[in-house]
Design a protein around this ligand. Sequence first.
Ligand code: GLU
Length: 474
Amino acid sequence: MTVKTRFAPSPTGFLHVGGARTALYSWLFAKHMDGEFVLRIEDTDLERSTQEAIDAILEGMEWLGLDWDEGPYYQTKRFDRYNQLIDQLLAEDKAYKCYCPKLLLEELREEQMAAGLKPRYDAKHPKVVAANAAATEDSPFVIRFRNPKEGTVVFDDKVRGHIEIANSELDDLIIRRTDGSPTYNFCVVVDDWDMGITQVVRGEDHINNTPRQINIYDALGAPVPEFAHCAMILGDDGTKLSKRHGAVSVMQYRDEGYLPQALLNYLVRLGWSHGDQEIFSMEEMIKLFSLGSISKSPSAFNTDKLLWLNNHYIKTAEPEYVAKYLQWHLDQKGIDTANGPAITDVIKLVGERCNTLIELAEQSRYFYQDFSEFEAGAAKKHLRPVAKDALALALAKVEALAEWTTENLHKVIAETCEELEVGMGKVGMPLRVAVTGQGQSPSVDAVMMMVGKERVIARINMALAFIAEREANA
Ligand code: GLU
């Protein structure tokens, strides 16, 4: 049987880190088994679902590269199918109309809680029986699933292991509301059945729904899929991950300069392991992933580790891959790369020093944009009168260069040092500040090479003018 998994978000907000991890695990398992992955938008909650959230989820999935083989399906387009099956259950007496008013239910609920009982629907309560008996043809009603009264529901969760729940613990669930809309627990079963889902991977917050859903599968005569419930993600302080901990939306990670590959690698390890391996290419993740190795205990989010992975991928991923995502940040900052070196060359030169694409975009700026001021601290320290001779001699040599190569620029610096009988720093640092505007950069000959002759000459002249002005004001 072909393995088929799904990701089934409710579109009530952006795609958050927890959802993305669930999606990744589902996706990986499908790929690992050579199966298929379905995207389904669970939008039956008409009040809380928005088109904006749907778009945000799709954008997040696309940015992560978690592509789907089928869908996106929308539950709101499948109401006829749910109603058809609800009618079937009604006809088979596996579901029934309940006229019990909301107010009465609330009253009974409070009574049960006051008595220290678990609140649940009690069809045999005299007041409920009376309310149902008093109902007329046009009284509003919900439809409840007739949960079995005897026996237990048993399943082997791929993560949590053997689970057993007595039916006596479960009440008769509403499957259609008064307004005619079917409810989550019913729709999810019909969808997973109709879509041929073989493994349901989802968050632990749904584990209490699973026995109820299994009873609905049985009532419909549908095969029950396997389940894998993933533990929670905690913030670094041990409480459930939330906005308080910083970014939780996947797209915010894009905005903060992470590569999707780094986030995916981070998420795969957040609750799944393969020995103590930390770095996984997509191919490796697919090859090694198994539901059985998902952790039972919650995992804590660690931003430092994510940054470390991001730096790793900025350094080691194909420059073309990094360039694709860097370009977005360059555009955000209005850095036009038309006049200047290839972005991939800048990545190769500057990338390893950067933890995020935002830093990398900032460090790319001087290759493409002229500046009108030097960084104050660096200028104060390195653009001093004593640097004048070094800059002037280097400038003369740069202007005379016939061939613009890193080797020749290296020679320019070495010869300047030799002729002035000064150390490397006395020439290299003023040149670095002159050419980049700042005190830190990769090797200055390589930087000059990529900044280009015209810009290098103009910037050294600007540094000399800066020194002259400083002298005049002294
Ligand atoms: N729509 C549910 C949610 O977003 C997930 C349901 C499921 O995976 O079964 O929490």
